[in-house]
Design a binder for this molecule. Structure first.
Ligand code: ATP
Ligand code: MG
Length: 219
């Protein structure tokens, strides 16, 4: 049987699914799965960012804990894997560095993609060295309830638009922000994220008003 590492090495079409994943939820898993099928990907690699580049309005949970939640969420899907690339790399988590690292690790890829939701893709122009980034990978931009993809026409250059594949997926109006708020208020998050993630959040006491398992100091 092939290990995850072997199947990644032999993968020809790979996608990076980047995010803060604080916490990971069914919206993330759904866009990864829909992209995998639509673009005939061999593997989707979840890459939780170590230190989010853009300031977040909340205290970000420690990278190790977010990584652990991702690992619980993707268990059982042999086409999903998880990377520590951004967690182990010092400094801010720039997508361009991750893409370059993947290009070096897997030099025989036919295609490398970066998956985003409709909100994140609108930000690409503001990403660090975005022209180098779009040169090295293509984007898959999935629909997300509450965000319009057509705004990209106003923003993007011809070159950028040519590198983006638009993907319409069933809308799941789930966000990590909403999940955190629900936990803080003591409400249920069951069926918004896989059961093992729900259990872990409960066990560790994440997002409760008195919880301090964040590493904002390192952000
Ligand atoms: P937060 O509310 O903390 O920003 P989030 O739910 O947006 O969390 P992120 O980790 O910021 O999650 O998102 C990672 C990627 O997943 C982004 O590209 C985002 O657009 C995409 N994404 C997140 N949730 C959804 C969803 N429900 N539908 C489609 N795309 C999504
Ligand atoms: Mg977000």
């Amino acid at each position: 049987m092939l290990s995850t590492h072997d199947s990644m090495v032999s993968a020809k079409r790979l996608a990076i699914m980047g995010g803060t994943f604080d916490p990971i939820h069914f919206g993330h898993l759904l866009i990864a799965e829909q992209a995998r099928e639509a673009m005939e990907l061999d593997m989707v690699v979840f890459v939780p960012n170590g230190r989010p580049v853009f300031e977040k309005p909340h205290e970000v949970t420690s990278a190790e804990e977010r990584f652990r939640l991702c690992s619980l969420a993707i268990a059982g899907n042999s086409r999903f894997s998880l990377s520590r690339a951004e967690i182990d790399r010092p400094g801010p988590s720039f997508a361009v560095d991750t893409v370059q690292e993947f290009r070096k690790l897997y030099p025989n890829l036919d295609a490398l993609f970066f998956i985003t939701g409709a909100d994140a893709v609108l930000d690409i122009l503001g990403w660090h060295e975005y022209d180098r980034l779009i040169d090295q990978c293509e984007f898959i931009a999935a629909t997300r309830p509450g965000f319009k993809l057509d705004r990209l026409n106003e923003l993007g250059s011809e070159t950028l638009r040519g590198r983006i594949h638009f993907l319409t997926i069933p809308g799941l109006d789930i966000s990590s922000t909403d999940i955190r708020a629900r936990v803080t208020r003591g409400h249920s998050i069951r069926y918004l994220t896989p059961d093992p993630v729900v259990r872990r959040i409960d066990e560790v006491g994440l997002y409760r008003p008195d919880c301090s398992s964040s590493d904002n100091a390192a952000v």
